[in-house]
Design a binder for this molecule. Structure first.
Ligand code: FMN
Length: 171
């Protein structure tokens, strides 16, 4: 534990897959989206596009059926779907790297507000069906992922290898 809230959030954020069902306010969702907006991108091309799906939206249940993690989706209060706008992209690898940073920023923002998220990358296996369910053209948008958002019902448990195992050379 350090005294710095950013460093603590980076370390303490865990994926949350069970939610209490308490509502997540529009203000909180907006703050998460703002964090995504301020993510870095190559040449500052800002190719990210967001779609917020609430439980009352028929598309919410459609997406729940497009992942093996249906139970996680159904338990969350809101989903944030992230896309790349193909008109704004410029380099496949760098745009995907930017998207990863964008998701991380949104997850950290949620964590900072006491909310839990999980990055549902598995839904990407059904990317064409996701675009179809959302009536988005594949020529215009690339589906990146969905982030589920809710109030945590339990803490996350994941751990990490010691830093030495990440290092190519001793530091
Ligand atoms: C690219 C990516 C895809 C992921 N896809 C899924 C997923 O489909 N379902 C899921 O439950 N977690 C998914 N996760 C969450 C990881 O399982 C999680 O980040 C990892 O186990 C470490 O746990 P932590 O986030 O609690 O530190 C994904 C994470 C990333 C970065």
């Amino acid at each position: 534990m350090t005294a710095d809230p950013v460093l603590n959030a980076i370390r303490d954020r865990r994926s949350i897959r069970k939610y209490t069902g308490d509502p997540v306010s529009d203000d909180a969702v907006r703050a998460i989206l703002e964090a995504g907006r301020w993510a870095p991108s190559g040449m500052n091309n800002q190719p990210f596009r967001f779609l917020v799906l609430r439980k009352s939206d028929p598309r919410f249940e459609a997406l729940a059926g497009l992942t093996k993690y249906t139970h996680i989706v159904r338990g969350c209060d809101a989903m944030i779907a992230l896309f790349l706008d193909k008109k704004a992209t410029y380099h496949e690898q760098k745009d995907h790297q930017s998207a990863g940073g964008c998701v991380q920023s949104m997850m950290l923002a949620a964590h900072a507000m006491g909310l839990g998220t999980v990055w549902l990358g598995q839904m990407m296996n059904n990317a064409p069906q996701v675009l179809e369910a959302l009536k988005l053209a594949g020529d215009d948008y690339e589906f990146i992922t969905v982030l589920t958002v809710g109030h945590p019902a339990e803490p996350g448990t994941a751990n990490r290898k010691p830093l030495e195992e990440y290092m190519l050379e001793a530091f």
